[in-house]
Design a protein around this ligand. Sequence first.
Ligand code: AMP
Length: 431
Amino acid sequence: MKILVIGSGGREHALVWKLAQSPHATQMWCAPGNAGIARERLAKNGAAVECVNLGAEDLPALLAFAQAQRIEFTVVGPDNPLAFGLVDLFQQHGLRIWGVNRKAARFESSKAFSQQFMERCGIPTAAAGTFEDAAAAKKFCATLGGKCVVKADGLALGKGVLICANQAEAERAVEDIMVSKAFGAAGARVVIQEFLDGMEVSLHALCDGTTARIFPTSQDHKRALDGDLGLNTGGMGAYSPTPFLTEAQLADAERKILDPFMRGCVAEGIDYRGLLYPGIMLTKSGPKVLEFNARFGDPETQVYLTRLDSDLLELLQASADGALDRVELNWSPSASVCVVMASGGYPGSYPKGKVITGLDAANALPGTKVFHAGTALKEGQIVTNGGRVLGVTALGRDLKCAQAAAYAAVNAIHFDGAHFRHDIGAKAERG
Ligand code: AMP
C-alpha cells in the first residue's frame, strides 16, 4: 500500500516509524517530513521513506500530489490541516485518508464549541461560561472569585490560555484577549473556566464514528524547566503508563467521558473518525476535561507508539472504515519515556543550524529510538531546525529503567545550546 503522512514533527516521525513496520506498507512519503523521517526504511522491502517539500497546510498541493502518486492511504498528524478541511477535501476526491473531518476538528479549533458540547452531553468539565462581550466576561470572572482560566475560543498556537489568580489578573486577561486581541481573531470569543486543582494527565482514544478505543495512560510535561517551572511549551517530555490513574479509574473516565462523547457526536451528526485526545484534570471530585484535541499528542505519540504491539496501519484503517470493534489493540507492558531535546532559548527565540552529533550511538542503545522534530540535513550533516529538536525515547521494564535508558541516550547526543528537562517521569516516582 502506498502511504502519505502529513506533518514534520516528532509526532509524525513516530507515526512514520510505526507505519513503516507494517507488512502492508510498500511505499511511503511524508510531506514535508524532517531529516529523521528521511532515514526511515519500510520493513517489507527496505524502501526509503521519501520526504516531499510540500507544506502541511497547502491543501491543493497535497491533493495534487496524492492524486499523481496514486496514494492509497493518507495519515494526517497536525491540527491545522484537519481544521482547514484536508480530510473532507481528500474524501471529496475519492481518496482514503485518516484524521478527523472539519466538523469534528471543531472540538480543537473552538473551545466554546467544545465547552457547550460537554455541557449538553453531561461530560464532566470545569464550570464555565462563553462570552463575546468583555464586560460580561469580567463579571463572570468575579463570580469565580477571580481565580479562573481565560481561554481564547479559536486556534492560538497553544498560547491562548491565561491562568489567573485574582480578579485583577482576570480582568487583564480578558482585556488582552478580547480588546487588545493578543491572539488575533481567536479572541473574539472567550471561554472562562473555574480553576481546577489536581494532577493533569493525557488520555488518547482512537475513534471510528461510533466506537472509541482508549489507550493506556500517559502524562506530558508542558513547562520548559525542571519542577514544572518556566514557560509553557509544546511539550518537553512524556511517559506512559502513569500511576495517577488506576485501571479502574481509566475505565471510569472511559464511561464518563468517552461514552457520552461518542453518543453526543452520533446524536449531533458529527462523524468523529480519528484520534481524540482529552486533556484531563484529576480533581477530588473525579476526572474533568480541560480541553479536547482532535489529533495525537506530541510527545505522547512517541511514548504510545513505542509501546504499541499492534499494526498501526491496520488500526488507522479500521478507524477510517468504522471497524474498530473488530481489531485488537495490544500494548507492551514496558514503560516508555520520551525526553525532548530543544534548542537553547526555546520556547522563546533560538538559533538554528547547530550540528547534531551522537545520533547513531544513541539509537544503538537497547530499546531506544530517537525521533526527530526540528532537524534538517545540511551538507551531509544533521542540524537543528526548530525549537523542539529531538524526542529521545526509550522502553524499560518499569518507569525507572525507561527513564535511565532515555537519559543515557540523551547524554550520547550533543548540539550547541541543547536544553532538556532532567525530571521527565519524576512525578510518578514521587507518587
Ligand atoms: P488547554 O489548552 O485548554 O488545555 O490549557 C492549557 C493548560 O492550561 C492545561 O494543560 C492546564 O495546565 C491549564 N488549564 C487549562 N484549563 C484549566 C483549568 N480549568 N484549571 C486549571 N488549569 C487549567
